[in-house]
Design a binder for this molecule. Sequence first.
Ligand SMILES: *Cc1c(COP(=O)(O)O)cnc(C)c1O
Length: 419
Amino acid sequence: MADDFFNISPDVLKKAEIAQTECAGMFRTIEETGEYNQRKVLRAFIDNKVSEADFSSSTGYGYGDRGREKLDKIFASVFGAQDAIVRHSFTCGTHTLAVALYGVLRPGDTMLCVTGMPYDTIRPVIGITGEGMGSLRDFGINFECIDLTEDGRVNMPAVKKALSSKPAMVYIQRSRGYSLRPSLSVSEIGDIVSLVKSRCDAVVMVDNCYGEFVEKTEPTQVGADLMAGSLIKNAGGGIARTGGYIAGRADLVEKCAYRATTPGLGREVGCTLGENINMFMGVFNAPGVVVSALKTAVFAARLFELMGYGVSPASDEMRHDIIQAICLENPERLVKFCRGIQSGSPIDSFVTPEPWDMPGYNNKVIMAAGAFILGASIELSADAPLREPFAVWMQGGLNYTCGKTAVMLAAGEVGDNER
Ligand SMILES: *Cc1c(COP(=O)(O)O)cnc(C)c1O
């Protein structure tokens, strides 16, 4: 087992070989889902008659940009939604989610989150943290939150009870984000939708970040009214340079369009500045890139299990997002892990990540991000706050070979867990 390009120790190479062999069954499942999703995307391109002319650039108001309109239709078809709005001008996932929230909610409405406290960057949007920034709360929109159960599941009896106060929106976060709760399956999301629809007419909205193409169906196919995500995560396939999408019921997407630009103008404006081709190619590549990211995550899970560490999800667990948490148990190992991942990245491999005081966090955070696109977490990346339980969250990987290599380098840095 010689390795010509990286100085990986025989011990790590041997464990990696075992890990990969043991992952074969899970890899087959992931690839089968990937194949289904890839054919679905190809079908959408063919049905929507995508042509070279759709890649032409528009400027100024961007009136009549045919490519922009077709891209919206592609996302709608792929996600089994009535409609979608896909724009490079959505600056990130948080912005896209915020546009959807402000687009749909009105003063006096209540937004009921059923998956515990939402992802960090959404909190100032709602008005849970921060002040004077024009949060939903500043506009008279109420927020209620139902904590997850002790084992990280949605507390259905509590949700049922809360629905009696007729919230305008029920909000679901599919991915674990940077917590140790399990991610939600599309089928579990379907169960929540059924419960909500049997009790009231709330809009069910899903934060779908990190979830796209992990399963054969998406939340909009099990009754979610609206969902949103980032194009520098799964749905942009590692090619989109920035942007986001909102998909769902046509009347709601229309409202989001009025928020994205202005009432009156909606989706009639929005030049594409040559970005269409990147977003078309991105969604075309997304199912395959998600396969690579999932295989990288499963391989990392098995390798670190063999090395004696706790991982979540386990290597043989079904996945509903691309995130892998590894409990490294002390801060030194978090630093080593991130340095190992960084050293195996195509970009900035020579940079040494250091823990830093990231705004909004109480602890120092260390990150590995050797990506082509700044901050793209569909590319292999890792983040770890230096606090209990000293876990690192890794995600992404544009191709499995490079993902596996970086994970092996991280394993070499960290070493086995000798108990
Ligand atoms: C990434 C992410 C977001 C949005 O984050 P951005 O960094 O703004 O793209 C929102 N929710 C979840 C669960 C996420 O993983």
